[in-house]
Design a protein around this ligand. Structure first.
Ligand code: C2O
Ligand code: CU
Length: 445
């Protein structure tokens, strides 16, 4: 069987359990302008889905079938990747692996069931360091059939921008300096596409806050002064509610928080980002209106219903060690790139592959078998490592997630069942790292 036959076959065998059909929605990519910085500053030219950054907040119910037609009016090719969704391989939006790029003026219909509830997102998987930095991303929310009652369900898409004094995007995407260090970290952080001075609440409210880190490279460490938000899900998947004093979120990652507004009417409380200790800043203020509290005592925060994920058999699992290497201040760091590999700075098990030029498969996994991957960070940098098409447990605790943030020189063990056939990307979600070597292909067959 050649590769094309294999792909169409695998699409066939995965053909839908019938999800409740939803009408076809459209996502149109184009160039627009948006007031990112706000009052007194010029608008910024951005790339967007349906004219806004972030793109439309897509909401579905668990088990429904998503159908979205993407129209590309940008001057470049693109694809859409549905980050964190366990979908058929042909819908994964990886150019040259699962589909041809969507050409300028082209269209593509994405259609798949949504097996898991949770907070997900969508973004291009082609030319990502530029396309995401220009504003292409949006929230994809899959609601539980029986969601816990809240007063409001709010999404914060966090992104950061590198802007000049006229609020124009600095167009040095993927430059070697960023690529070989921490990635493109911007100078302006926005919430839902604008600098947000304050987030208004009413005393007594219970708010489900869904945070999405859509930044190319920035890691957040959020502290809610005067509050004790409960973390109820990571990357869309439930965990035992627990107080989170400082929420660390790497690029691509999501967290659901339950925020009980126990402050006094008229009070204000900072949300600060202290991840980079020397460069802490105030993200926004939680501002209470003057109305008296709508409730004075809060029910305990319930645990969300688990998603239907196959549980790996740790005793039988086959183990693989995957080493992430390269970058400056480590072994072999060179600003021009690695010896003989100009423009590449990072490796997976010693290999560096330019964005989506994968000829070789890193690992062949048996459909239905359990695996433990030992992920080793052999660099002086942080890397949020993401696997497509699957959800894994981070050992030893065992919470489910689709990405894990590796600190410099740290390691992690993840376990999962390779139950989704196809070729899947395993990569760092710092987009400048992904594009310069830190991405590999894993085949489940
Ligand atoms: Cu959100 Cu392969 O990525
Ligand atoms: Cu990385």
């Amino acid at each position: 069987m050649n590769r094309r036959q294999f792909l169409s076959l695998s699409t066939l065998t995965l053909a839908p359990r019938v999800g409740a059909a939803t009408p076809i929605r459209k996502l149109s990519l184009g160039i627009g302008r948006q007031a990112l910085v706000g009052a007194g500053h010029p608008d910024t030219a951005v790339w967007s889905y349906n004219g806004t950054v972030p793109g439309p907040e897509l909401r579905f119910k668990q088990g429904e079938r998503l159908r979205i037609e993407v129209e590309n009016a940008l001057p470049v090719e693109t694809t859409v990747h549905w980050h964190g969704i366990r979908l058929p391989n042909a819908m994964d939006g990886v150019p040259g692996v699962t589909q041809k790029p969507i050409s300028r003026g082209g269209r593509f219909l994405y259609e798949f069931d949504l097996p898991d509830a949770g907070t997900f997102w969508y973004h291009p998987h082609l030319g990502s360091p530029e396309q995401v930095a220009r504003g292409l991303y949006g929230a994809l929310i899959v609601e539980e059939r029986n969601a816990p009652p809240v007063d409001r369900d709010v999404v914060w898409v966090l992104s950061d921008w590198r802007l000049d004094r006229e609020a124009r995007i600095v167009e040095n995407f993927g430059n070697p300096m960023d690529a070989s260090h921490a990635g493109r970290i911007g100078n302006t952080v926005t919430v839902n596409g604008a600098i947000l001075e304050s987030f208004s609440v009413r005393a007594g409210e219970r708010i489900r806050l869904r945070l999405i880190n859509a930044s190319n490279a920035r890691i957040y460490g959020l502290e809610f002064e005067g509050h004790e938000p409960q973390l109820i899900a990571l990357d869309g998947h439930p965990l035992e509610p627990r107080a989170s004093a400082r929420l660390v979120l790497g690029p691509g990652m999501r967290a659901d928080l339950m925020l009980d507004c126990k402050g006094n009417p008229g009070s204000a409380h900072r949300v600060i980002d202290t991840f980079y200790r020397q460069r802490a800043y105030e993200l926004l203020k939680v501002e209470y209106g003057t109305q008296r509290a709508s409730r004075t005592s809060f029910e305990p925060v319930p645990r969300l219903a688990a998603n239907p994920i196959s549980v790996p058999d740790l005793a039988k699992a086959e183990r693989h060690r995957i080493v992430f290497g390269g970058g400056m201040m480590g072994r072999g760091g060179m600003m021009g790139g690695m010896p003989g590999r100009p423009g590449l700075f990072w490796t997976v098990n010693g290999n560096a592959v330019p964005e989506h030029a994968h000829q070789e498969v890193l690992l062949k996994l048996k459909h239905g078998a359990s695996y433990v991957f030992e992920l080793v960070n052999d660099t002086a940098w942080h890397h949020p490592i993401h696997l497509h098409g699957h959800v894994f447990r981070v050992l030893p605790g065992g919470h489910w997630t689709d990405s894990v943030l590796l600190d410099p020189d740290a390691r992690a063990e993840i376990a999962f069942v390779a139950d989704n056939p196809g070729d899947w990307m395993l990569h760092c979600h710092v987009l400048e790292h992904q594009a310069t070597g830190m991405m590999a292909l894993v085949r489940v067959a």
